[in-house]
Unconditional design. Structure first.
Length: 161
Protein backbone atom coordinates (compact mmCIF):
# COMPACT_ATOMS: atom_id res chain seq x y z
CA UNK A 1 0.00 0.00 0.00
CA UNK A 2 1.44 3.38 -0.95
CA UNK A 3 1.72 6.31 1.44
CA UNK A 4 -0.90 8.32 -0.44
CA UNK A 5 -3.33 5.38 -0.40
CA UNK A 6 -2.83 4.98 3.34
CA UNK A 7 -3.39 8.73 3.90
CA UNK A 8 -6.57 8.56 1.83
CA UNK A 9 -7.88 5.63 3.87
CA UNK A 10 -7.13 7.40 7.15
CA UNK A 11 -8.91 10.56 5.97
CA UNK A 12 -11.90 8.50 4.81
CA UNK A 13 -12.05 6.63 8.12
CA UNK A 14 -11.96 9.87 10.09
CA UNK A 15 -14.66 11.34 7.87
CA UNK A 16 -16.90 8.30 8.19
CA UNK A 17 -16.63 8.25 11.96
CA UNK A 18 -17.49 11.94 12.04
CA UNK A 19 -14.35 13.10 13.81
CA UNK A 20 -13.35 15.74 11.33
CA UNK A 21 -10.05 17.43 11.96
CA UNK A 22 -9.51 21.16 11.71
CA UNK A 23 -6.79 20.32 9.24
CA UNK A 24 -7.66 19.36 5.70
CA UNK A 25 -4.19 17.91 5.13
CA UNK A 26 -2.32 16.04 7.84
CA UNK A 27 0.92 14.27 6.98
CA UNK A 28 3.50 12.29 8.87
CA UNK A 29 7.03 13.66 8.39
CA UNK A 30 9.03 13.54 6.21
CA UNK A 31 6.91 14.62 3.25
CA UNK A 32 8.44 14.09 -0.19
CA UNK A 33 9.67 17.32 -1.81
CA UNK A 34 8.27 19.32 1.11
CA UNK A 35 10.00 18.55 4.41
CA UNK A 36 13.25 16.62 4.14
CA UNK A 37 14.41 13.71 6.25
CA UNK A 38 17.13 15.91 7.74
CA UNK A 39 14.53 18.52 8.72
CA UNK A 40 12.30 15.76 10.07
CA UNK A 41 15.11 14.54 12.31
CA UNK A 42 15.63 18.08 13.62
CA UNK A 43 11.90 18.70 14.13
CA UNK A 44 11.65 15.47 16.12
CA UNK A 45 13.85 17.16 18.75
CA UNK A 46 10.93 19.53 19.34
CA UNK A 47 8.41 16.67 19.40
CA UNK A 48 7.13 17.49 15.91
CA UNK A 49 6.41 14.41 13.79
CA UNK A 50 3.42 15.50 11.67
CA UNK A 51 2.30 18.61 9.81
CA UNK A 52 -0.54 18.93 12.33
CA UNK A 53 1.96 18.97 15.22
CA UNK A 54 4.07 21.45 13.27
CA UNK A 55 1.13 23.82 12.88
CA UNK A 56 0.35 23.52 16.57
CA UNK A 57 3.94 24.36 17.57
CA UNK A 58 4.57 27.36 15.28
CA UNK A 59 1.50 29.57 15.74
CA UNK A 60 3.25 32.43 17.53
CA UNK A 61 6.54 34.25 17.07
CA UNK A 62 7.72 32.91 20.44
CA UNK A 63 6.87 29.33 19.42
CA UNK A 64 8.74 29.68 16.12
CA UNK A 65 11.79 31.07 17.94
CA UNK A 66 11.68 28.11 20.32
CA UNK A 67 11.38 25.58 17.47
CA UNK A 68 14.31 27.23 15.68
CA UNK A 69 16.37 27.16 18.86
CA UNK A 70 15.56 23.54 19.75
CA UNK A 71 15.97 22.17 16.23
CA UNK A 72 18.78 24.31 14.89
CA UNK A 73 16.70 25.11 11.81
CA UNK A 74 17.04 28.65 10.52
CA UNK A 75 14.27 30.90 11.77
CA UNK A 76 13.36 31.78 8.16
CA UNK A 77 12.86 28.07 7.40
CA UNK A 78 10.67 27.63 10.50
CA UNK A 79 8.57 30.60 9.31
CA UNK A 80 8.32 29.03 5.86
CA UNK A 81 7.27 25.68 7.33
CA UNK A 82 4.66 27.48 9.46
CA UNK A 83 3.18 29.12 6.36
CA UNK A 84 3.19 25.84 4.45
CA UNK A 85 1.45 24.01 7.29
CA UNK A 86 -1.10 26.84 7.35
CA UNK A 87 -1.97 26.23 3.69
CA UNK A 88 -2.49 22.53 4.41
CA UNK A 89 -5.57 23.52 6.46
CA UNK A 90 -7.48 24.04 3.22
CA UNK A 91 -9.36 21.06 1.82
CA UNK A 92 -7.79 19.88 -1.43
CA UNK A 93 -4.40 21.46 -0.79
CA UNK A 94 -1.58 19.01 -0.20
CA UNK A 95 2.20 19.38 -0.24
CA UNK A 96 2.49 19.57 -4.04
CA UNK A 97 -0.12 22.32 -4.28
CA UNK A 98 1.54 24.17 -1.39
CA UNK A 99 4.81 24.11 -3.33
CA UNK A 100 3.00 25.30 -6.45
CA UNK A 101 1.24 28.11 -4.54
CA UNK A 102 4.57 29.15 -3.03
CA UNK A 103 6.16 29.23 -6.48
CA UNK A 104 3.24 31.40 -7.64
CA UNK A 105 3.87 33.85 -4.79
CA UNK A 106 1.28 32.66 -2.25
CA UNK A 107 2.91 31.98 1.10
CA UNK A 108 0.00 31.39 3.53
CA UNK A 109 -3.79 31.27 3.77
CA UNK A 110 -4.14 35.02 4.38
CA UNK A 111 -2.31 35.62 1.10
CA UNK A 112 -4.44 33.07 -0.69
CA UNK A 113 -7.59 34.79 0.60
CA UNK A 114 -6.66 37.96 -1.32
CA UNK A 115 -6.16 36.26 -4.68
CA UNK A 116 -8.31 36.28 -7.81
CA UNK A 117 -8.62 32.67 -8.93
CA UNK A 118 -8.01 33.26 -12.64
CA UNK A 119 -4.83 35.27 -12.20
CA UNK A 120 -3.53 32.92 -9.51
CA UNK A 121 -4.11 29.93 -11.79
CA UNK A 122 -2.14 31.65 -14.56
CA UNK A 123 0.78 32.24 -12.17
CA UNK A 124 0.54 28.62 -11.02
CA UNK A 125 0.67 27.44 -14.64
CA UNK A 126 3.73 29.61 -15.33
CA UNK A 127 5.47 28.43 -12.16
CA UNK A 128 4.71 24.81 -13.00
CA UNK A 129 5.99 25.22 -16.53
CA UNK A 130 9.28 26.56 -15.17
CA UNK A 131 9.69 24.27 -12.16
CA UNK A 132 7.72 21.10 -13.07
CA UNK A 133 6.11 20.82 -9.61
CA UNK A 134 2.73 19.19 -10.32
CA UNK A 135 1.69 16.53 -12.81
CA UNK A 136 -1.86 17.86 -12.94
CA UNK A 137 -2.92 21.47 -12.43
CA UNK A 138 -6.15 22.43 -10.70
CA UNK A 139 -9.07 23.92 -12.58
CA UNK A 140 -10.08 27.51 -11.99
CA UNK A 141 -13.12 26.39 -10.00
CA UNK A 142 -10.89 24.48 -7.60
CA UNK A 143 -8.61 27.48 -7.14
CA UNK A 144 -11.67 29.64 -6.51
CA UNK A 145 -12.84 27.15 -3.87
CA UNK A 146 -9.43 27.37 -2.15
CA UNK A 147 -9.62 31.17 -2.14
CA UNK A 148 -13.13 31.03 -0.66
CA UNK A 149 -12.01 28.52 1.97
CA UNK A 150 -9.02 30.70 2.87
CA UNK A 151 -11.40 33.61 3.42
CA UNK A 152 -13.33 31.56 5.98
CA UNK A 153 -10.29 30.44 7.98
CA UNK A 154 -9.24 32.07 11.18
CA UNK A 155 -5.72 33.29 11.74
CA UNK A 156 -3.41 30.34 12.42
CA UNK A 157 0.04 31.90 12.26
CA UNK A 158 0.73 35.17 14.08
CA UNK A 159 3.43 37.69 13.24
CA UNK A 160 4.04 36.94 9.56
CA UNK A 161 3.70 39.44 6.73
Amino acid sequence: MTRSTLRFLVVMAVTLVGTASAQAGHYRLPVDNFITQAETDLLAKAGINTTLALLSEVKTVAQRKRVASVTGLARARVDELACQADLLRIDGIGPTIVRLLNAAGVKHSRGLATEAAASLLERMKAANLAQKIANVLPREGQVAAWVAAANKLGLAIEGLP
